[in-house]
Design a protein. Structure first.
Lengths: 179, 118
């Protein structure tokens, strides 16, 4: 049995009809995989999204951001990306394993990003980074905040931990409303 | 002074001292952006010797910037503001979808900053 903690309106597979899945092991995900995946999916969905007057560059940024975070922080295991063309929005979900300790940190960050005023949180992160050395500056949260701030994205998060496991399957779900 | 890679280029224009960033910037976190940050500092030194002392940051050909790069830009704006004595003009392009979204907040961090979107 596992325990799922959800932040926001996390849509699960049972609620979604059609999804495009792409999965790869962390061990085969170099840094530029984020760019390649973002470019591939944007090209794959180009016709569908153009019919809805949807900005492809926005999808490219979202996928790149989620993939970069996964490549940076995921524990060994699979990085899985799902894109769904739903009635009300384009849903982009990325799931990857995290060590329990890292998952707790991310869960706290996710809660903050979900609840805070995005403009205020963006400023707070920038100001906080200004007071730290380059080596320890982290963009943690900045990318997620920018999705809310600049792309009117809805965010939801899921944290699934199986009993007796120190690994938490973490899902970040971005909902991009149709214009 | 310049940095040129397969993905991006950063250089200080010899004619007018503007700092031009072009291409696609997706570096992994702040330490990897340090060479560009150093170039930005060098551009400030060049601009301070000009009259008026204004640094132009030309982003019109910067097609993509990840969140770590956005952090770099905003850290630079804060640095210029804190140091004082130097004006900052940022030129962006509406044809790069990320720019109208991500650059508009700069004036909140530095009200004297001039943002020009072409």
């Amino acid at each position: 049995m596992g325990r799922l903690i959800a932040i926001g309106n996390l849509r699960t597979s049972s609620e979604i009809d059609d999804e495009f899945y792409l999965g790869l092991p962390k061990s085969l995900a170099p840094w530029d995989a984020a760019n390649h995946v973002a470019q591939f999916l944007s090209a794959w969905l180009e016709n569908t999204l153009k019919q809805r007057n949807f900005d492809l560059d926005s999808l490219n940024y979202v996928i790149n951001e989620l993939m970069e975070n996964a490549i940076k922080y995921a524990a060994d295991g699979r990085i899985e990306l799902a894109v769904c063309v739903a009635n009300d929005a384009l849903l982009v979900s990325l799931t990857h394993p995290l060590q329990e300790a890292h998952a707790k940190i991310y869960q706290a960050l996710a809660q903050q990003v979900f609840e805070a005023d995005p403009d205020l949180l963006f400023a707070e992160i920038i100001e906080r980074n200004a007071c730290t050395s380059t080596e320890v500056q982290t963009g943690a949260g900045l990318g997620l905040v920018s999705l809310r701030q600049n792309y009117q994205a809805g965010l939801a998060f899921g944290f699934l931990q199986q009993d007796n496991s120190q690994i938490v399957q973490t899902t970040t779900q971005v909902s991009l409303p149709w214009q | 002074m310049s940095i040129k890679t397969q993905d991006y280029q950063a250089h200080i224009d010899d004619a007018d001292g503007r700092l031009i960033l072009s291409g696609s910037l997706r570096l992994n976190a702040a330490p990897e952006y340090q060479p560009i940050s150093d170039l930005m500092d060098a551009a400030c030194v060049v601009a301070q010797q000009r009259n008026p002392a204004v640094l132009t940051l030309d982003l019109t050909e910067l097609r993509f910037l990840n969140s770590s790069g956005i952090n770099l830009l905003y850290q630079f704006v804060l640095k210029v503001k804190k140091q004082g004595g130097l004006g900052l003009r940022v030129i962006g392009s509406n044809s790069n979808a990320w720019q109208p979204k991500s650059l508009s907040n700069m004036v909140k961090f530095m009200p004297a900053l001039e943002l020009v979107m072409t």
